[in-house]
Unconditional design. Sequence first.
Length: 284
Amino acid sequence: MASPAFSGLLEAIDRGAFPRTRKLLWRMLYNMLSRRWRDDDWRFMNYGFLPSGSAFPLGQDDEADRPFIGLYAQAVDGLPLDGAHVLEIGSGRGGGARYVARYHAPASVTGIDYSPATVQLARRLNGDVANLTFEVGDSEKLPFADASIDVVVNIESSHCYGDVAAFAREVERVLAPGGWFTFADMRGKTALAQLRQQLAVPGLTLRSETDLSKGVIAALDAAELRKRTRIAKIRFMRGFVAEFAGAQGSVLYRELSEGGVVYIAQRYQKNGSAISGSSAQAMG
Ligand SMILES: C[S@@+](CC[C@H](N)C(=O)[O-])C[C@H]1O[C@@H](n2cnc3c(N)ncnc32)[C@H](O)[C@@H]1O
């Protein structure tokens, strides 16, 4: 049975209604989640992605998080990360930034998130990784100098923003010439055109677009048991949390399966030619 609160939230996101209020409400929600659920083995808050081809390499310790890491593995695959300054915007509990810092060789990875409680948690959960830091910051007003970042990563966060075009302009500002912006998130099918418009700011060139929806459903299936076990321990707002988590039977799971919601990945490159990378994915 769908939670009416969650269905209302999805509809409001797609309509783009009340951007400032939505932004504040999301922050309250993430602050609340990070204060309430502080489990050491919970470093991701995304729906995940499992590619249909060969599995990407992972150490045994990270296997349980494979579905969630999948979104990051596809996001950075083939990008020039060696020695790069990487910024993740909307880094949540930090598992994705942790993956990039541990499985690649960047000079630095910085995660920013506008939820102070979530940043505090990310610092605690990932304090063992060198070259990885977390700061409080807003996607629409990035606390970084012009042209100071080589790769910007943004995973399943933009649906919370008040002004996605302002976010894209900020990404363009902080990226060095030739730098990469790798993005993934979901939208209702009818809101996709608007999203593409919002991200298409001057100075950024679209290099690839991929529909990830099938692999996201595969990840939701793979993570179902783990989620159900967690949800069973919750007494408060259990229906809402099951919807939020995209559990089987939720509105989100159904809409993704039926094509009403689409999960896309895009890669943009900042105009200029200081660094070069590979863009292996075909346009979807
Ligand atoms: C669904 S979670 C995804 C977290 C992480 N990317 C992951 O995949 O595990 C969305 C995150 O975006 C953050 N966020 C939402 N709006 C933001 C904004 N305007 N600026 C920075 N972070 C934001 C939230 O606080 C939350 O941690």
